[in-house]
Structure formats: structure tokens, C-alpha cells
Design a protein around this ligand. Structure first.
Ligand code: ADP
Ligand code: MG
Ligand code: MG
Length: 199
């Protein structure tokens, strides 16, 4: 299914949702980081929106890889290379395979690349606490209709975690009780993509 998706409307949906929630993401990051995650993500999404027509003219795998390169350059901070790696590796893996059956495999490859890049895994209170379980859901042939609620619950689960990576890890125990901003933005983006896929 995802290989049939048009990237232009997906970018527009992601951009709109990140803009709507940018203040909340900045507040979440303000509690356990440096308060810029919403601003960073908004800058990245706006850069994608500006390149939307060019991206849409490319084959999907190539456009994802190119979108990843744009995100690395524009989001900045810790999240830029991580979201960038996700899309670059997803695009690369999709161009090496064919057909929708391989999407879960390509996604799992991309998530593992993000984990290597961040030197992090599950339970570290990062966006990977959304991405790893999401990868498992996709592999289990989960329906996209239920995914938005599930990723929201996954982001919520980071509240109870103690951060072991990124700026929030400097707080140690005091990082507990706050949602990870990266997990929150990831849940938002996944929900926006799913809404577009479901139409
Ligand atoms: P910065 O911390 O440089 O200001 P952002 O605020 O944009 O960057 O992004 C912070 C988010 O990035 C965190 O909430 C977390 O989800 C994610 N993150 C940070 N470091 C890592 C890491 N090593 N591995 C995985 N995710 C990370
Ligand atoms: Mg930050
Ligand atoms: Mg920062």
C-alpha cells in the first residue's frame, strides 16, 4: 500500500500537523531538553513542503531518500540526522526491493539504521520507542486505521521512562514524568501519514 502513496499530500499533512503542535513540542522539549524540538521539526517540514513538487516527480523510493537528505540539513539538532536516516534508509531499502510486501522489511531496516545512528534502543525514552513497536506492528500486518491511536499510546508510554540518550539523559531521574518530544513528534507524523494513506 505505501508504495502507491503520493508524497506531496503526505508532506502537506505532516507539515500542517507539526505546525499545529509546534508549541506543544517546544514545551515538551523545554521540560527535559532545550525547548527547540517543535521549531526544529517545523523548519524541516517547511523545507520539505518547499521541495514538494520536485519530490513528487521522483519515484517514491528516491523521493523518500531525497526527503531524508533535506531533513538532515534543515531539522538540525539530534532529531535531524535521526529522521533523515529513517527516510534515507527507507528509500534505499525500498529501491532495492519491489512491491508492497517488502515495506515492513524496508521499514525495519530503516529503524535499525536510526538505532545505530543514535546508539540507542527501546526504553531509552526517544523516538525509537515509537518506531520499534511500529515496525513490529507493520510486520504483523497491522491495519493503518488503528495505527494513529497505537502510536499515541506509545508516545504516552515514554512519560514513565528515564532518558538514557540525548539531552534529556542529563536529567537522569528527573526526566521521568515527561513525554519525550521526539516520541511525540514521531507519533504525530505517523498519524498524519496514516490518515493520508487511509484517505
Ligand atoms: P536537540 O536535542 O539537539 O535540541 P531536538 O530537540 O530536535 O534536538 O530532538 C530531541 C529528540 O531527539 C529527543 O526527544 C529524542 O527523541 C531524540 N534523540 C536525541 N538523541 C537521541 C539518540 N541518541 N537516539 C535516538 N533519539 C534521540
Ligand atoms: Mg531540543
Ligand atoms: Mg537543540
Amino acid at each position: 500500500m505505501p508504495v502507491l502513496v503520493r508524497i506531496g499530500p503526505v508532506i502537506a499533512a505532516c507539515c500542517a500537523d507539526i505546525a499545529r503542535h509546534a508549541d506543544r513540542l517546544n514545551r515538551l522539549d523545554g521540560a527535559i531538553g532545550d525547548g527547540d524540538h517543535g521549531t526544529n521539526m517545523q523548519r524541516g517540514c517547511e523545507a520539505l513542503l518547499a521541495e514538494s513538487q520536485r519530490l513528487e516527480a521522483l519515484p517514491l523510493a528516491q523521493s523518500l531518500a531525497e526527503a531524508g537528505r533535506i531533513l538532515v540539513m534543515t531539522i538540525g539538532g539530534a532529531a535531524g540526522p535521526l529522521y533523515g536516516t529513517l527516510l534515507m534508509e527507507l528509500g534505499r531499502a525500498m529501491s532495492e526491493t519491489s512491491g508492497t510486501d517488502d515495506f515492513p522489511t524496508a521499514f525495519a531496516h530503516a529503524v535499525n539504521a536510526v538505532a545505530r545512528r543514535g546508539k540507542s534502543g527501546t526504553g531509552d525514552k526517544t523516538l525509537l520507542d515509537v518506531l520499534f513497536p511500529l515496525s513490529d506492528l507493520l510486520a504483523a500486518d497491522n491495519k493503518f486505521e488503528t495505527t494513529p491511536a497505537k502510536v499515541a499510546a506509545l508516545a504516552e508510554m515514554t512519560v514513565a521512562m528515564r532518558a538514557r540518550r540525548g539531552r534529556a539523559s542529563f536529567l537522569g531521574e528527573r526526566s521521568i514524568g515527561h513525554m519525550d518530544p521526539g516520541a511525540a513528534s514521531c507519533a504525530l507524523l505517523v498519524a498524519a501519514v496514516c490518515r493520508e494513506i487511509n484517505g
